[in-house]
Write a protein that binds this ligand. Structure first.
Ligand code: FUB
Length: 489
């Protein structure tokens, strides 16, 4: 029997170590993340997306654009709100439809869809960093207004010529000047033929909206939402950046939402397909979330049919917890929201029992201390657990309920190797926690305030008490021996 358990335990350990860490779809749980647009800047993978509001207005109530980044495909840093439609003075609030960002000569250009007087329009904003601050570059639409002008996608070809595509249900395109904020010529439209864009059941072509333009091995790819609603994803190819296009077929069947919106990117030798679906419990056709699937091109460059799955992509490398990290870095979470306020992004809306998870965190030979910047309105605690929300507890920070952001720290009990890391908040039912940043260190922290350091203090007091008791016993024994010796005399 003992032998059986030993073999079973060994197999379990081998199995656990052999299964790679996977992301879960949706990628983000703390907000809705429709219309994802991935891009790599300086070795970091970003995706830009809109935000479907929780407040339903019966249509798309899209309040702002967000940006997320990763280097391991599983743990994502939320850079918060990077722009509001109101930042374009001529655009309507709540109209933050699809956007895409591109870099040229050290500037970052964000092409967006918004609603204005007389229709939708493509606006362009510019920033010095991928995460903003972005400013309207023109003070007016780059293209439009026109109700068909939505979903910009942008590409700079090898010869330096930039192209902008957009449109529903027609595919429009134009050339951009080197300044990226003016057109070289006018807006053109493709011949909407079945040969170029495939057949729509019931007539017309399958092209619907959400174009995604890129080049790979000399082939131009135009990937787009197809077949009306519910949308699937199809693609066409060309040997020229402006077509004519040749329809190649469907690469994703319709899924959980009416719209789906594609984005494709190569990162660290892997090819990823971004799309959105109704993937959160409180989601809906206008409350959509980003999902990612990995795929391999066929040898001839064609894209295979990609399945929908809630099992996302594999982690590319372990997460290094040492050094300062923003609290809005996570692979999963429960209950929390990222808050953008005065150029500061933190995790708010945290209540009792909520948690933040980071996957595949490498503590190497062990972290000795933990520090964080936290606000709490209640005498609660931040507990640090390994491998599950209530797994092995390696440290606790006791929060004083002062309703101020404070630097707090604690010593840690033994931890080493690679684990999933959970920050679990414990308080009273309606407690309000806010979490700005954290850091693990290999050094012991002086003046630690958490209960792991309290444990050290309690141990020291305990040891002193035991020592005192021992001294008292020795004295009593010695004096009783003296008394016995006297009596014997
Ligand atoms: O998110 C609003 C609109 O729905 C987008 O612009 C379309 O691509 C579709 O996803």
């Amino acid at each position: 029997m003992k032998k059986f358990f030993a073999v079973f335990a060994a197999l379990l350990i081998i199995f656990t170590l052999a299964v790679p860490v996977h992301a879960e779809n949706p990628v983000v749980q703390s907000s809705f993340t429709p219309d994802p647009a991935p891009v790599v800047f300086d070795g970091v993978l970003y995706f830009y997306c809109g935000e479907d509001s929780e407040e339903d207005n019966g249509f798309y109530n899209m309040t702002d654009w967000h940006c997320f980044s990763t280097t391991d495909m599983v743990n994502w840093l939320d850079h918060g709100v990077i722009m509001y439609p109101e930042d374009f003075e001529w655009a309507e609030p709540g109209s933050a439809w699809a956007a895409q960002c591109i870099e040229r000569n050290g500037k970052y250009y964000l092409y967006v869809t918004v609603t204005t007087d007389g229709g939708r329009a493509i606006g362009v904003a510019v920033a010095d960093s991928p995460t903003g601050p972005f400013k309207d570059a023109l003070g007016k639409p780059l293209c439009g207004p026109d109700w068909a002008y939505i979903d910009p996608t942008v590409m700079i070809d090898d010869d330096g010529q930039a192209y902008l595509y957009f449109g529903n249900p027609t595919s429009f395109y134009c050339k951009l000047n080197e300044d990226m904020i003016s057109l070289d010529g006018g807006v053109m439209q493709h011949d909407m033929t079945v040969k170029s864009f495939g057949p729509m059941p019931g007539g017309g072509t399958s092209y619907t909206e959400g174009p995604w333009l890129y080049k790979r091995n000399g082939i131009y790819y135009l990937v787009y939402a197809s077949n009306g609603v519910p949308e699937g994803i199809a693609y066409s190819t060309s040997d020229s950046p402006v077509g004519p296009w040749e329809y190649q077929g469907l690469i994703m069947n319709p899924g959980s939402s009416t719209t789906i919106h594609p984005g494709i990117i190569e990162y660290k030798g892997h090819d990823y397909f971004f799309y959105h679906g109704v993937l959160l419990p409180n989601g809906g056709w206008n409350k959509r979330s980003t999902a990612i699937m990995e795929f391999d091109y066929e040898e001839d460059g064609s894209i295979p049919l990609i399945e929908h799955s809630i099992l996302g992509v594999e982690q590319l490398e372990n997460f290094n917890p040492f050094g300062k990290h923003e609290a809005e870095t996570m692979s999963n979470s429960s209950g929390v929201k990222s808050v953008t306020s005065d150029k500061r992004v933190y995790i708010g809306s945290i209540s009792d029992g909520d948690y933040i998870k980071l996957s595949g965190v490498d503590f190497e030979d062990g972290a000795k201390s933990f520090s964080a910047n936290i606000y709490s309105d209640t005498k609660g605690r931040l507990e640090i657990h390994l491998d599950s929300q209530y797994g092995k507890k390696i440290g606790t920070i006791d929060l004083d309920g002062s309703s101020k952001f404070k630097d707090v720290s604690c010593a840690l009990s033994a931890n080493s190797g690679v684990h999933d890391l959970f920050f679990t908040f414990m308080g009273t039912r309606d407690s309000d926690f806010r979490f700005d940043y954290w850091e693990f260190s290999k050094e012991e922290t002086a003046g630690s305030s958490g209960s792991s350091s309290n444990t050290v203090i309690y141990c020291a007091i305990g040891a002193a008490v035991v020592l005192l008791a021992a001294i008292v016993i020795v004295i009593i024994v010695k004096s009783s021996k003296k008394r016995t010796a006297k009596a014997d005399k």
